[in-house]
Design a protein around this ligand. Sequence first.
Ligand code: ADP
Ligand code: NA
Length: 342
Amino acid sequence: AQEPIIFSGIQPTGVPHLGNYLGALLPWVKLQQEAQDGTKLFFSVVDLHALTIPQEAAQLRKWRREALATLLAVGLDPKRSTIFYQSSVPAHTELMWILSTVASMGYLSRMTQWKSKLQLPDDATLDDSTARAQLRLGLFSYPVLQAADILIHRATHVPVGEDQRQHLEFSRYTANSFNHLYGPIFPTPEALISPAKRVMSLKEPTSKMSKSHADEKSRIILTDSPAEIRKKVKVALTDSEAGVTYDPVRRPGVSNLIEILSHLNGASREEIVREYHGASLRALKERVAEHIISHLQEIRDRYLSLMRDSTGYLESVAEEGAEAARANSRVTMQHVREAMGL
Ligand code: ADP
Ligand code: NA
């Protein structure tokens, strides 16, 4: 039987927030902890994906390094997982070209990411005048690069958030299209959908916590100091009802705090509500803030010391990771070339 190969990626677009951490990074760390000996894990800083919107070179350089430091700080171990910059492994883009010869334009045009990036409605088509004026080929075809990221490592499992399910479905479809034409080269990758409920914005708890919200108090980022965390949680939007109850529809702010606490201390929502029954929202907030602080403390310390490091440690991790990822991708490209007559 095929040993599991796990692949996932993170875009270098700034220090991750609590939603990214609980929804993506923490599940990766858990997969690493629970992985059997034969399981291979690949985690990539997908810098080429960041280019689907224009980037400033100095900014991207800084964000790439920050993303790498983040992966190590949250607990990914370069001895156990292959951690690398996507652009250091040219086979990702080589396979992208190959896959683009089988990828369906119709399927890509129905996908929603390019529409949301251009602020078009989900049912917009390529006939839309904004799409014609602004849509770049790279933004349109970025799911093909994502498929290549996964398939170049022959990944069998891809941990993703619910919002990425559509992209993984496209990767599966494209893998099957290729296999149908050229033979069984790629495993059909399976989604490992994060069980965590979405973390909601602290300021607008009916929408998810996101780096795209203008108000920085709407999110906690992994490098926030204890004082910043206390302040953000203290001013988080709740309601004027007394007591602590879980009711995401009527009380989204309070329910979000309960969810966050439940993620961090492992207690169920019911247990938390029972414990805080009759307590004030202020007491709940204080408790939530302290849990976030103690949980993030070690991550923040490690992150800051990695970013301060001047011994070339991060660079050496990236180089070793790239070496291992290139070696693994070479095996796939050999099969692909052979199957296609290249
Ligand atoms: P953002 O919305 O801040 O731009 P991304 O879209 O870059 O975040 O998401 C990166 C990863 O983090 C994805 O796997 C996504 O599912 C996860 N994620 C993002 N926001 C949240 C959230 N609020 N709660 C849980 N997971 C999230
Ligand atoms: Na997003």
